[in-house]
Design a protein around this ligand. Structure first.
Ligand code: ADP
Length: 517
């Protein structure tokens, strides 16, 4: 049951309290208006100012005493210029209206900026008496958000123009931004890459490692670095180096990650090449020292045996021919050592571009016949016979070369044919034309796979294991360097298990020799 309403009695004490409370309310309202952080004003139906609170004074720099009673659009012409006076009129007519981000300019004070305002009707004793308004200066916040938009767009421009692939992730680890460089690289849209979409492009072999690194660093809010292959727009996987770092707002709150990636595919290939070169060099050093040590050891043994024979029974040794045989063995070993050292010297000559030729008339057929003689015994020991096929020519076999270098080419190719020839026959084929000569060393040995055929002409490169075949991996490289320096070319045709043909073509007069003549 509700309490019966108390009759309105002008003498009732409550009314006295109410009246004084009303007085209090007005005083309070006055105080509040004065202290309000918002500008407040009131105006009559003719837009004359009725009230102008201290905040309005502060906003405009105009005192209430100078404004109250004045026609607002006259005092502030910008009101008409921006059409704000129409809103004041509508408010005075009883409407609630508002405006935002309106520009203002106060005459005399030079103040300008932007304001938000709300207007409503003012009624006095039930009659329409004008309007009231609340005004807020939004210049600073507008500038701040404009600045933010500007900073943001500047960042996007920079990011999109950057030569690196950029990404950003939110606090949950999901990616929310990829720059244009990234999108052009993957050929995908921002929406496709969004969240974890980008991870679809990672090579499956790198995927797990990548995710582990990312999530672990993310959990600990740590910087990270990882390398992975990402599919490029053309389908090719490229190696990226991705560096991620946590982002924080100015107040220190974690706001996600930012990362940048560079394409390191070429660098990785270069690194691999370098690593291979260093390995090859190390292998070469160990093989070279082994190759030098072997003849040196047997030389030492032979010298010891030789001097023993001379010490003990020199006459018998001489008579039995042992001194002679020993002397020959000594000179053979010394030659082997000298040849090896010559090879090493050639390496440094070629490396420093100091390969020079003493040009003279040389008979190629003679070179090949002599080489065949030099290697006949070794070939027979390996079970191979060497034959020479010479194509008929009217041009002869003479050219302008250097004898020692032609011997070296023939020695390299013949010794290889014996070493890798599997004890099968070896053929030397020679042919000549007016301008050039060609000769080939043909064996029926182990052959060279297509994959290795170009590589074996490079320094230290070998297609066999050093356990099965001794060698420095330099013969073909030196041969090729010498032949090309003479203006010629070396060609290989080979099939594993069937045999190899190394063909050398030389111009009769090398271009460098012509220049000298
Ligand atoms: P080396 O014989 O000292 O290793 P080379 O530069 O002369 O160095 O040869 C390089 C490599 O080429 C050899 O290790 C071998 O794998 C391959 N090779 C050269 N000649 C032949 C050949 N006639 N048959 C098969 N493989 C060969």
């Amino acid at each position: 049951m509700s309490e019966p309403k108390r009759p309105a009695d002008p003498h009732h004490p409550h009314q006295t309290t109410e009246r004084s409370a009303r007085g209090l309310d007005l005083a309070l309202a006055e105080r509040l208006l004065e202290r309000s952080g918002e500008g407040m004003l009131a105006f009559d139906g003719d837009l004359r100012c009725l009230y102008w609170n201290p905040m309005m004074e502060r906003l405009t720099g105009m005192k209430a005493a100078d404004v109250v009673g004045q026609h607002l659009p006259t005092l502030f012409p910008f009101l008409s210029e921006i059409g704000e006076d129409a809103l004041l009129i509508r408010a005075a007519a009883g409407e609630e209206v508002s405006s935002s981000h309106r520009p203002f300019a106060i005459p005399g004070t030079g103040r300008r900026g932007f304001f938000d305002a709300g207007y409503g009707p003012l009624d006095r004793g039930g009659a329409q008496a004008g309007g009231i308004g609340t005004v807020r200066d939004v210049t600073a916040s507008l500038r701040a958000s404009e600045l933010l938009v500007e900073t943001e767009s500047r960042f996007r421009h920079m990011a999109d123009d950057a030569p690196v692939l950029l990404w950003m992730a939110d606090t949950d680890g999901l990616c929310t931004f990829f720059n244009q460089t990234w999108l052009s690289f993957t050929g995908r849209s921002q929406a496709e890459e969004w969240g974890v979409g980008w991870a679809a492009g990672i090579h499956f072999e790198d995927f797990q490692r990548c995710m582990d690194t990312y999530l672990e660093a993310f959990g600990r809010r740590q910087r990270f670095e990882m390398e992975y292959r990402l599919r490029r727009h053309d389908g090719e996987f490229r190696w990226l180096l991705d560096r991620g770092a946590p982002r924080y707002t100015p107040d220190g709150t974690f706001s996600g990650y930012i990362g940048s990636c560079i394409d390191i595919t070429e660098r990785k290939a270069l690194e691999a090449d370098l690593r291979r070169a260093v390995e090859a060099r190390d292998e070469f050093l160990s093989v070279a020292s082994h190759e030098l040590k072997t003849p040196l050891t047997s030389l030492q043994l032979q010298i010891a045996a030789f001097s023993r024979q001379i010490d003990r029974r020199p006459i018998e040794a001489l008579r039995e021919g042992r001194l002679h045989a020993g002397g020959k063995a000594l000179s053979d070993q010394t030659k082997r050592l000298a040849d090896l050292i010559e090879v090493l010297l050639d390496v440094s000559r070629i490396n420093s571009g100091r390969l020079r030729f003493e040009y003279a008339e040389v008979d190629l057929l003679e070179v090949l016949q002599d080489a065949m003689e030099r290697w006949r015994a070794a070939a027979e020991a390996a079970g191979s016979a060497i034959t020479l096929d010479e194509a008929p020519t009217t041009a002869g076999w003479i050219g302008t070369w250097e004898r020692r270098r032609l011997d070296q080419i023939a020695d390299n190719l013949l010794s290889n044919a014996i070493k890798y020839g599997a004890g099968r026959p070896i053929r030397l084929v020679v042919a000549a034309s007016d301008r050039s000569v060609r000769f080939a060393v043909v064996d029926e040995g182990i052959g060279v796979s297509v994959n290795d055929q170009a590589r074996i002409f490079q320094r230290f490169e070998r297609a066999v294991s050093s356990r099965n075949y001794g060698g420095l991996g330099l013969g073909l490289w030196i041969t090729n360097e010498v032949v090309t320096s003479l203006g010629g070319a070396v060609r290989l045709t080979s099939q594993p298990g069937v045999g190899s043909t190394f063909e050398v073509e030389l111009p009769r007069v090398p271009p460098a020799a012509t220049m000298r003549i």
